[in-house]
Design a protein around this ligand. Structure first.
Ligand code: ARG
Length: 459
């Protein structure tokens, strides 16, 4: 019999029951429902709805249900009513547990407990990933190819490239920290939307459940799922970072570019082309990123048109959040493996950089240091580049007298200023960079980041 059956003349069909039921996807909340229920019976004893004996009976049966093999029924809609029903089946006093609480504040509390537990785990997994990224970056002050617009741009340092991802993921971790801290309050006690006529110490309840505090506004407590939206945003933006990293590795390990290589254990082959080594895992990361973003939009859409306070639309949130959490957690684990199996081909980087005029900017900057306005420096070097491309020459064969042939006026302009132009090699380009640390060691940047990481422990 349905809990509200006396109100209705007609019965709901099984199809409709199944359609609205969430038990298939909210039964993972059982553990939290039990936690809240134990806390709630304690409250019921305090406000004299149950006596000491009833409290002991209820508490024992709730503990018993912890190990119970539930047969979930969609006729009981969700985990909360399935649980309550089993408790009543075990003992008539179970009928009292519904006093002074509603499924609205219960589901809100269950999901928030789940969220805080799982996303704290994510927080530490991310810190582990960041420390692994730092480890991989250490002793990797090697020449790497820097791109803009996916065209070879300038020589860069491999550690510095990797540490760019450190910055991105560090921002994500900080985002998550704020999210966890801002949502550490309990909705239990808000009941349907405006509390109850029984006196409950919600703050104490919140503390017992492990929250920092309790809700300020009961309507907000039952209708708020901002932490779901925000965690979906957090996962989406972090997945975008994983996706960009994947895209880099896919491109850089491509046969034509060939500046990075993944260990065989990270790649897959082809069922028909024997020579193939494919970066499937990274491709999957990219597509999983799209799945998470798509789900983020679903969550946002669910909340756009909701009037206050609780509406059943909200029910779908946990399905989406949980699925994405799983994808997300696995992606962090997978990416740890990926970065541990990434090998740089520094010689190839240097060759590509040398062949593709990557130090042209250094040469222009050299002229500017000698007093030539940058616009003119830029046009002198671009003229040399154009000429060399036409003649199929590499920039490292450049001699100052070449400029005479290319543009006599420009040659004379520099000559009069007593400026002689020389080729700047890829290695020298890296040495010349002023970034506050010497490219050869990168120790400063790594040391700074290690300190930042240490500050993230203990939330
Ligand atoms: N299954 C519901 C959910 O997950 C629980 C709350 C239902 N409340 C209600 N008044 N129908 O959101």
């Amino acid at each position: 019999m349905k809990i509200w059956s006396n109100r209705f003349k007609d019965k709901m069909s099984v199809e409709l029951e199944k359609y609205t039921s969430s038990i298939k996807f909210d039964n993972f909340l059982l553990k939290y429902d039990i936690k809240c229920s134990i806390c709630h019976v304690l409250n019921l004893k305090t406000i004299n709805i149950i006596n000491k004996r009833e409290f002991v009976i209820l508490k024992n049966y709730i503990f018993l249900l912890k190990k119970y093999k539930f047969i979930f029924k969609s006729s009981y809609e969700d985990i909360h009513l399935n649980f309550e029903n089993e408790l009543i089946n075990l003992n008539y006093i179970g009928n009292k547990i519904r006093s002074a609480r509603s499924r609205n504040d219960l589901v809100s509390t269950d999901l928030k407990l789940w969220f805080l537990q799982k996303f704290r785990k994510i927080y530490y997994l991310m810190i582990y990933f960041l420390s692994n990224l730092l480890k991989v970056s250490e002793k990797k002050s090697l020449i790497f190819t820097g791109f803009t617009h996916f065209q070879i741009a300038q020589p860069i340092n491999y550690s510095h490239y990797l540490l760019c991802y450190f910055e991105m993921f560090l921002r994500d971790v900080n985002k998550l920290l704020v999210l966890i801290k801002n949502n550490n309050f309990s909705p239990l006690g808000a009941c349907a939307l405006f509390g109850t006529n029984f006196f409950l110490n919600n703050f104490k309840t919140g503390k017992i459940l492990g929250f920092d505090s309790s809700f300020n506004n009961s309507i907000d407590a039952v209708s708020d799922r901002d932490y779901v939206n925000d965690s979906m945003y957090f996962m989406s933006s972090t997945m975008i970072h994983f996706s960009r990293f994947s895209e880099d590795i896919v491109n850089y390990s491509n046969n034509c570019i060939n500046i990075l290589e993944l260990s065989d254990s990270i790649c897959t082959g082809s069922s028909i082309m024997p020579q193939k080594k494919n970066p499937d895992i990274l491709e999957v990361v990219r597509s999983k990123c799209c799945v998470v973003i798509g789900n983020f939009f679903s969550i946002l859409s669910i909340f756009t048109s909701q009037t206050l306070s609780y509406n059943k639309d909200i029910q779908e949130d946990k399905k989406i959040l949980k699925n994405c959490y799983k994808i997300f957690k696995n992606t962090i684990l997978v990416f740890n493996k990926i970065i541990n199996n990434l090998h740089i081909k520094s010689d190839r980087c240097e060759k590509l950089l040398e062949e593709n005029f990557s130090t042209a900017t250094d040469m222009a900057e050299y002229l500017t240091k000698k007093g030539v306005p940058y616009k003119i420096s830029h046009s002198i070097i671009s003229l040399i580049v154009r000429n060399f491309i036409k003649k199929k020459r590499k920039l490292n064969s450049f001699k100052f007298k070449d400029l005479k042939e290319i543009d006599l006026n420009l040659y004379n302009y520099l000559y009069k200023k007593k400026i002689s132009l020389k080729y700047i090699s890829v290695k020298n380009s890296l040495k010349m960079k002023y970034l506050g640390y010497y490219y050869g060691t990168m120790n400063k940047e790594i040391f700074k980041n290690k300190k930042k990481l240490l500050g993230l422990f203990n939330i």
